[in-house]
Design a protein around this ligand. Structure first.
Ligand code: 3H9
Length: 701
């Protein structure tokens, strides 16, 4: 607060809103930690404050200011889906805009969603340089529902509004000033005083009450030009696939251009209501809170001391080791990468360099950055060079014997207190830890390929892992931009363990009557980026396969024997053309028919519904077992794993959320039907049975 406003009188409107005075300027000050979300109490306070300022003849203008770390970060997301509380935000913003005295918004932190809509309803906006503003609603499956879709295009034109609103990405204060969203950028440390000075200027110069709703110049040129919107839809079709909100946002912006303000607002309200009460937004809001929950570990408090990690070692310069190393170099940490053979080391470092250079070519990094990051990477052929590392991550071939050998060597080399992590994706971390004299310093850090791109990190807690070691791994995950999920030891942890039933069912379905492209289509239409067979072709069918041990008992084995090893050989489950477009293969169809016959399986027509249920409900069932065994802390953590590591569609909220949306009772019934028909693989977990019997959900656990 500026000293001027502090020393003047103040009227408390309610616990979170205060009306302060600085001469003829009223300061409507909001303080509702942590992010000044526009809760019912805040909305009420704003209306009352504007009303009081309006009736007080000595007030000439109002500054709307938030205490704490940010201007309003949006509507209070936790209120959605509950009975509405008056006044609603659209009425609040209309009330501000209709004020007979100028209202100036003072922006700092993140003016997001309803926060930015509130600012756009003010007559002027000032911001500090570090402020950001944006409309993230689309990420919650929503649209700006308090006039944002109608006001923003009038300020910045439809093209920029389309970009900002459908991407959900915030922009800087500087960009906002250039676009005309912000009227003036003010000194960083002096927001309130500058906003008051700005308001005085508005009063002194008798400036008009600028209402964004009345602007027309930026939208006039696009009126009657549906092609602008059609082209935008086409250009983004892939990105928007499956999501409902982007299209609704576009329709509102189109209405802003072509219809009077009040008509546009009507459409905005109608579509907002539809979205906010729909399944997709419920799922996306669940993900928002799940992403924040994931860091909270019941038995490890936030103030658990972490161990300093200043230098990292990585064993293995292959695809995983290289990607893992890049994460740390990107965060400015020096990394020593150890390989067994000079050629492998050279190849690994070469791949990393090419990755960085290709990012630089796309303009997303400078060449100096490439050199700086490469400069942080040191290759070595000697494990002894890891002696001064604070964290060492083993990323070698998935083989227990090799991993055990490495850990017993590492134990002798690593300095006391160093953390030893395995990037294993399946193996028992306790067994690995037992090879050392410091099992409390051993854990799993399971990255996902490509490790420099994928956001997920499974942090695997061994039975002896020290709490400080876990806290350190979680915090490092955050530092390198990952979403870290703490999981327990079991075969495949959370992600890969749940992949197994899906894979098993996909393989069974093609022998019982479906074709790989049927299974893939159903899962693609569900929202996955690709189905399991297209995925297998991409990864390579020969991972873990060898001619010597191949028995020709599965479709995959037969395909490998015929040198159809996936995209890299131009053929796998599908045929591929030169541009790697997949086409169903007659030959594969025949291989499958022959194998079904050989195994004595009578093929039948399999419905899309059966494909979906068998692939997805078995995952939910496995997830329930994971919860039952305490491998995951909460069901929403499982959702986060699948969304960030395996392409589960965000608008379906993750497998566990989806199970609840479908109804756990229905999932249980269908599992029982399949169990009776197809066997014990479908046996429902005891937890699922219990929850259904008690009428509860995973979230009640
Ligand atoms: C909207 O505005 C709709 C309107 O158009 C129409 C209405 C009619 N509500 O992220 P953090 C909580 S839709 C409720 O860790 P950071 C969050 O859960 C909204 N709670 O901090 C967390 O709680 P906890 C459009 C919220 O510094 C705590 O605050 N706006 C909200 O890393 C700290 O959050 C958005 O989508 C909220 N709006 O990041 C913005 N926001 O401590 C959403 C946060 O118990 N928010 N919380 O776990 C964000 O993007 C980030 O929180 C922000 C701060 C960038 C602001």
């Amino acid at each position: 607060m500026s000293s001027a406003a502090e020393t003047s009188s103040a009227t408390r409107i309610n616990p979170v809103v205060e009306l302060r005075r600085d001469g003829e300027i009223a300061v409507l000050a909001v303080n509702s930690p942590p992010v000044n979300a526009l809760s019912a109490q805040v909305r009420e306070g704003i209306v009352e404050g504007i009303r009081q300022a309006g009736t007080d003849a000595s007030v000439k203008a109002v500054v709307l200011h938030c205490d704490g770390r940010t201007f309003f970060a949006g509507a209070d997301i936790s209120e959605f889906g509950k009975p509405p509380k008056q006044p609603m935000l659209p009425e609040v913003v209309d009330f501000i805009e209709a004020s007979s005295k100028p209202v100036v918004a003072a922006l700092h932190g993140t003016a997001l969603g309803g926060g930015l809509e509130t600012a756009l309803a003010c007559h002027y906006r000032v911001a500090v340089p570090s402020a950001k503003c944006g409309f993230p609603e689309v990420k919650l499956g929503l649209l700006p529902g308090a006039g944002g879709t109608q006001r923003l295009p009038r300020l910045v034109g439809p093209e920029r509004a389309l970009e900002m609103i459908t991407s959900g990405s915030p922009i800087s204060a500087k960009a906002a000033k250039e676009m005309g969203i912000v009227d003036e950028i003010v000194d960083e440390g002096n927001l309130l005083a500058s906003a008051i000075a700005f308001a005085r200027k508005v009063v002194a110069e008798n400036r008009p009450l600028k209402k964004v709703r009345d602007l027309d110049d930026k939208i006039a040129a696009a009126r009657g030009k549906p092609e602008i919107f059609q082209e935008f839809r086409k250009a983004n079709a892939r990105k928007f696939r499956g999501f409902q909100a982007p299209e609704y946002n576009i329709r509102c912006i189109e209405a802003a251009v072509n219809q009077p303000f009040d008509e546009g607002i009507k459409l905005e309200r109608k579509l907002f209501q539809e979205l906010v009460s729909g399944e997709q937004s419920a799922a996306q809001r669940h993900v928002f809170f799940a992403e924040r929950q994931v860091w909270k570990i019941p038995d490890i408090s936030d103030d658990t001391p972490t161990l300093p990690v200043k230098k990292v070692g990585v064993i293995g310069a292959g695809t995983m080791g290289g990607g893992i190393s890049m994460n740390f170099a990107n965060a400015g940490l020096p990394v020593t990468i150890v390989e067994a053979k000079p050629e492998a080391l050279e190849r690994g470092l070469g791949v990393i360099r090419r990755n960085y250079e290709s990012t630089a070519k796309k303009g997303r990094m400078s060449m100096e950055d490439v050199e700086r990051r490469m400069g942080l990477l040191t290759g070595s052929l000697n494990m002894e060079d890891l002696a001064d590392c604070d964290l060492i991550i083993e990323a070698v071939f998935e083989n227990m014997a090799i991993k055990k050998e490495i850990f017993s060597k590492l134990d002798a080399i690593a300095k006391p207190g160093a953390i030893l992590a395995s990037n294993t994706s399946y193996l028992n971390v306790n067994e690995i830890a037992a090879m050392t004299k410091r099992p409390e310093h051993v854990l799993g850090m399971h990255f996902f390929s490509p490790a420099n791109v994928m956001r997920l990190l499974e942090v695997v807690r061994g039975e002896k892992t020290d709490k400080r070691v876990i806290a350190t791994a979680m915090q490092l995950g955050r530092q390198i931009g990952k979403i870290a999920v703490l999981v327990g030891v079991c075969h495949g942890f959370v992600g890969n363990r749940m992949l197994e039933p899906r894979q098993r069912e996909a393989n069974r379905l093609i022998l019982e009557g479906a074709m790989p492209w049927d299974v893939d289509r159903v899962l693609y239409e569900f929202g996955f980026p690709m189905g399991p067979f297209a995925m297998a072709d991409l990864a390579g069918l020969d991972i873990g396969w060898s001619r010597e041990t191949s028995k020709g008992e599965t479709v995959r084995e037969i395909l490998c024997e015929q040198d159809r090893r996936g995209q890299k050989t131009g053929a796998g489950f599908y045929d591929y053309d030169e541009s790697r477009n997949a086409k169903p293969s007659k030959l594969v169809e025949q291989i499958i028919l022959d194998l079904s016959a050989k195994k004595g399986i009578a093929r039948r027509t399999i419905s899309d519904q059966e494909i979906l249920e068998r692939c997805v409900y078995t995952m939910i069932n496995e997830g329930a077992k994971i919860l039952e065994e305490g491998i995951a802390i909460r069901s929403s953590d499982i959702d986060i794993v699948w969304i960030n590591g395996y392409g589960w569609p965000i608008y379906r909220g993750g497998p566990m959320f989806y199970g609840e949306q479908v109804g756990l009772g229905k999932v249980l019934d269908r599992l029982r039907v399949y169990e009776a028909k197809l066997g014990p693989e479908f046996k429902p977990s005891a937890l699922l049975e219990r929850l259904v019997a008690e009428g509860k959900g995973f979230r009640d656990l």
